[in-house]
Ligand binder design. Structure first.
Ligand code: XMP
Length: 510
């Protein structure tokens, strides 16, 4: 399979570059610049290399540099922003820093005759974000674009297939960015575009049919997109030798556990063990109010339940994990402050005896996992399922968790989701749910006084869940949801809408 290397110099768009390349059906791999040598690059057989941007100036002592030999090994290179300046620096061009030459935002760029700009008008809009800039292209390079402030907005050495752009073609604000990347991939690197989801799915099934033949394979199924896609993929390869364990901790949304069971056992005929562990989790959580403590208890108990199940199953050969590509890239990055301890199945390898771990989705981005899911015939509502936290409704019932409170929340949440769906707004907001606050207030129903809980509705719009805006849902939808919730769910007297963005709030309340 042909592949492109995205050599990462610390730019904020590294993942975006890889995704943009893959949108052209060419497989892209991201590697930090200090984790791969020129020899390793040569051996890996890349068709092309993209140097990412980065926050530094090439003249800072601490800034990332790379062996200049990379420019002579015959593999085409595209340098973007810092990557462009670095290429100029390595080839003895001139880079300068001047506050009054910095450009930020949409900028008009004039492009000259070059294969990189094939099928692109001479003048177009690009996205700039830089202070340093190239004042003089290195020997052997010619200038192929400029802006009013940037004399070398793009350059190339056609003989060595080296190209550099000061702007960001991977950002959608660069109107012809997609075409530029296409030109680099197909005209310069001579890629053919063989990275297609059908091929990935078929090849993976064939590969695991052979590799896992006769082995006992265990997978923790949560009903989330990643573990569901991994499960169906492996099921197609090894059938009943795949054992899926679904721990229902009783903290799922309305009818969710039954849906998971129906889909995987009913529709796909999988070897599925559903563990109904609601009582176990509720008893561990009794009288616990502190959010982090709830998360820790659930994470720990999840592993204990799984461990008990694994004992019944006996020795397994392979444990499957639903790791996806962003997890692979992110692991190994520096420590950041723990805002919430996210729960996943990371602790399982310690409690189960097995010989091998298989991660069938470790090369895929989330949107590619969804494409693979669709390809595998997984129902739409599962493939496009909104994110749901591992600790489930436990972090949406504020304060102590009881079965009654969970039931109230499940009903309110189901109504809210139904109203979003009735208004066909599922695609307009990225995550939406109800939270049962610990606040009770007075209401009136008929002629009687009521005293019930306050439910908060939350809907957010976001690309990456690192930051989020509250979604401006139409008043009519909120009104309908509020009216139905107070009428149909006993125990609720008041409904509020959360209008806080992230930051300063987080998406979940706990
Ligand atoms: P926060 O609340 O941190 O949420 O702004 C960001 C996104 O992460 C989801 N989330 C979790 N996902 N395990 C998960 O797998 C967790 O423990 C967890 N906590 C929050 C949240 O729903 C949102 O999509």
């Amino acid at each position: 399979m042909e592949k492109i290397l995205v050599l990462d110099f610390g730019g904020q768009y590294n993942q975006l570059i890889a995704r943009r390349v893959r949108e052209h059906n060419v497989y892209a791999q991201i590697k930090p610049y200090n984790k791969i040598s020129v020899d390793e690059i040569k051996d890996a057989g890349y068709k092309g290399i993209i140097f990412t941007g980065g926050p530094n100036s090439v003249y800072d002592d601490s800034s990332p540099h790379y062996d200049a030999e990379i420019l002579n090994i015959g593999i085409p290179v595209l340098g973007i922003c810092y990557g462009d300046q670095l290429m100029a620096f390595m080839a003895n061009g001139k880079v300068a820093s001047a506050e009054n030459s910095s450009e930020y935002g949409k900028t008009t760029v004039q492009t000259f005759d070059s294969v990189l700009f094939k099928d692109i008008p001479d003048e177009s809009v690009c996205w700039m974000s830089h202070t340093d800039f190239i004042t003089e292209a290195p020997n052997g390079f010619k200038v192929i674009a400029k802006t009013s402030k940037c004399p070398v907005a793009a350059m190339c050495d056609e003989e060595r297939n080296l190209y550099g752009v000061q702007f960001h073609p991977e950002v959608t604000h660069t109107v012809y960015g997609k075409q530029m990347l296409k030109n680099f991939l197909f005209e310069i690197c001579k890629c053919s575009g063989d990275w297609k989801m059908e091929n990935f799915v078929e090849n993976s099934i064939e590969k695991y049919k052979t590799e896992l033949a006769g082995k006992k394979v265990l997978l923790a199924l949560s009903g989330g997109v990643d573990s569901s896609v991994a499960a169906v993929l492996l099921h197609k390869a090894i059938g009943q030798n795949l054992i899926c364990v679904f721990v229902d901790h009783g903290l799922l949304r309305k009818d969710e556990g039954d849906f998971v069971e129906k889909t995987f056992r009913g529709q796909f005929g999988m070897n599925l063990i559903r563990v109904n562990a609601q009582d176990r989790f509720l008893s561990k959580l009794s009288c616990v109010c502190e959010p982090e403590q709830k998360r820790k208890i659930i994470g720990e108990e999840f592993i204990r339940v799984f461990e008990d199940e694994a004992k019944k199953i006996g020795k397994v050969d392979v444990l499957v994990q639903g790791t996806i590509y962003p997890d692979v890239i992110e692991s190994g990055k520096g420590d950041s402050a723990v805002i919430k301890s996210h729960h996943n199945v990371g602790g399982l390898p310690d409690v189960i005896s097995f010989e091998e771990i298989v991660e069938p989705l470790r090369d895929l981005f989330k949107d590619e996992v969804r494409k693979a899911g669709t390809q595998l015939g997984i129902p739409y509502e599962l493939v496009w399922r909104q994110p749901f936290p591992g600790p489930g409704l436990a972090v949406r019932v504020i304060g102590e968790i009881t079965k009654d409170k969970l039931d109230i929340l499940r009903e309110a949440d189901a109504i809210f989701r139904e109203e979003i769906s009735n208004a066909r707004l599922e695609k307009e907001t990225n995550q939406y749910f109800a939270v049962l606050t610990d606040l009770r207030s007075v209401g009136v129903m008929g002629d009687a006084r009521t005293y019930g809980y306050t439910v908060a509705l939350r809907a957010v719009t976001t690309d990456d869940f690192m930051t989020a805006e509250w979604t401006h849902l139409p008043y009519e939808v909120l009104e309908k949801a509020s009216s139905r919730i107070t009428n149909e769910v006993s125990g609720i007297t008041r409904v509020v809408y959360d209008i806080t963005s992230k930051p300063p709030a987080t998406v979940e309340w706990e």
